[in-house]
Design a protein around this ligand. Structure first.
Ligand code: HEC
Length: 218
């Protein structure tokens, strides 16, 4: 193998001088005290500590002391609904529950069978007359808006919804009374629970009224 320095395909041979230089440097050690690496754990420690601190503070502030209701976004709303239900809403619900069957959803009744509540003089009569009808019921012939009901033998009567009948409490009776006074085109003042309590205490539990008995009242 002949060495030919001018051949570009052959690597250049190092001179003796160069070989000595390379060996001189080979003995030297690269000084690396790891300065920049030693700082890393500290930075990580600080970052993790502040993350844990932030997380702890966040949970402490916003977790609502882990109360079971805290993440129920409707909890507050339904609590408000429970405490502030409009009596008119209760009255409508109660009406739909029991009265619609006979008097109809629009208070029109059924000709010859069930009298209407719309345009009824009984609905807008004195508080006492209406409350007595609801508490104890009404039987026998009655004229409502110019038409007679309940005259036929075996005619259906108005059932009692007070303690002796359906067993509604005073506030529900007040609510339904107020509802029928202000629905179906009727306009009459609301009836208070106190008024129902007063009349119930006065008349007690008894059979259905006749329209004559109620008309005799002032
Ligand atoms: C089983 C059918 C029936 C149900 C249920 C019923 N009623 Fe009646 N209601 C009657 C009948 C029948 C009369 C007429 C009674 C008569 O002939 O003396 C009447 C009469 C009345 C009257 C007086 C007459 C009039 O038309 O204004 C009022 C007020 C009244 N009902 C309200 C109610 C309310 C409020 C409810 C629900 C809480 C209710 N009724 C549930 C059958 C019913």
């Amino acid at each position: 193998m002949s060495a030919n320095h001018s051949d570009p395909s052959e690597p250049r041979r190092l001179t003796d001088q160069e070989i000595i230089q390379v060996h001189d440097h080979a003995g030297e050690e690269t000084v690396d005290d790891g300065g920049s690496y030693k700082l890393l754990p500290l930075v990580m420690l600080a970052a993790l500590s502040s993350l844990i601190f932030f997380g702890g503070t966040y949970i402490g502030l916003y977790a609502g002391h882990f109360a079971p209701t805290v993440h129920d976004e409707r909890g507050t709303a339904s609590a408000v609904v429970i405490t502030k239900v409009d009596p008119a809403v209760i009255g409508k619900k109660k009406y739909e529950l029991l009265c619609t069957t006979c008097h109809g959803p629009a208070g029109m009744g059924t000709p010859g069978l069930f009298p209407p509540l719309a345009k009824s003089e009984w609905v807008v009569a004195t508080d006492e007359k209406l409350i007595r009808i609801l508490l104890n019921g009404l039987a026998g012939p009655v004229t409502v808006d110019g038409k007679e009901f309940g005259a036929a033998a075996g005619a259906v009567a108005m059932p009692a919804i007070g303690p002796g009948g359906a067993g509604w409490n005073d506030s529900d009776i007040a609510a339904v009374a107020t509802y029928i006074r202000q629905a179906f085109g009727n306009t009459a003042p609301e009836i208070s629970t106190e008024k129902v309590t007063e009349i119930r205490t006065k008349v007690g539990t008894r059979g259905a009224w006749s329209s004559a008995e109620l008309q005799a009242l002032k």
